[in-house]
Write a protein that binds this ligand. Sequence first.
Ligand SMILES: *Cc1c(COP(=O)(O)O)cnc(C)c1O
Length: 382
Amino acid sequence: MVQRLRVEELVNVPLLDLKAQYRSIRTEIMAALESVCDEQAFILGARVADLEKDIQGYVGASHAVGVASGTDAILLALMACGVGPGDEVVTVPYTFFATAGSISRLGAKPVFVDIKPDTYNLDPALLESAVTPKTKAVMPVHLYGQCAEMEPILKTAAARKLPVIEDAAQAIGAARRGRQAGTLGQAGCFSFFPSKNLGGFGDGGMVTTNDQALADRVRMLRVHGSRVKYVHEVIGLNSRLDALQAAVLRVKLTHLEEWTKGRQRNAARYDSLFKDAGLLDRVTLPAVTAENRHVYNQYVVRVPQRDQLRTFLQEQGVGTEIYYPTPLHLQVCYKDLGYREGSFPQSERAAKETLALPIFAELTADQQAYVVETIKKFYAPR
Ligand SMILES: *Cc1c(COP(=O)(O)O)cnc(C)c1O
């Protein structure tokens, strides 16, 4: 049972508390780091190969290739699919910048389609109209830890022989109809940024695929397009995962399921707290469709007076975040794409109305009760 707290007493609830997680695994982490230091082998090598095997097994993909970041995972997957100058890649404007930035970095053009208002993921009904003869790939994002509606996306893409690259940066462990994020399309791109569900002690990323040739290409591209030392077949980049990150991530991966279950438990608890507080006419809860396993990298609600609520929560000690305040089609750097205010109404509405609440595994029932009580106080001041 969740105790009813008095909102009068200030409780500190950070958006994310990485120190709480670290305290629970400190000894394991230190031992793993120490052995890397003893080995003095830092770039790729056996540690990274071990992590690649672990991720392969966890995600259920035939291949996994460690790279320097989630952004590079996207960049390298696109390069491996042959995306280059003049090409178009269809994606969403309501996502982290890296999704579209990686497309542009290759001289290709992001072509945006709007999201569905309930799941905040790509609306498959709009995909067909965005495909042109220049389209080279489709990149749905599994936002907040829930897979996009992949079946119609894959069908539209397959009809045009287009590869589907999953931006699964927020979705490790997520699944749809029993199949894991990162195995649904031709390639999956994961991020080990510290705030992701599987976070390193720095940057890191991984490309997963069931396509041997694609995996080989990513492997070559991440080391300057070279298979044999000092022999360069294509122009790649330096995007290697390092052994210290791999060592940390291997330890953390053994706890990932337990942390994911903690996030899911906390999400269910928020759901019932909001219901019991009579707030469902104010707070729109995350929509999880029946075929999806949501891993809640973020628990995002849609609320009226979002910015005022956020300020009030901040004053009461509750950390929140806005993912994302400006949709990509309205970013300064994308002026030339020719979109304007009104081009993607659902993305623009989501950017104005959504708020991420603390959801990390170690969050306590009391902290959650305090968050909901504080939100209730905001909407019904006495
Ligand atoms: C985090 C994230 C990325 C980029 O990952 P980095 O590891 O930070 O480069 C890409 N796409 C989405 C949706 C993300 O959340």
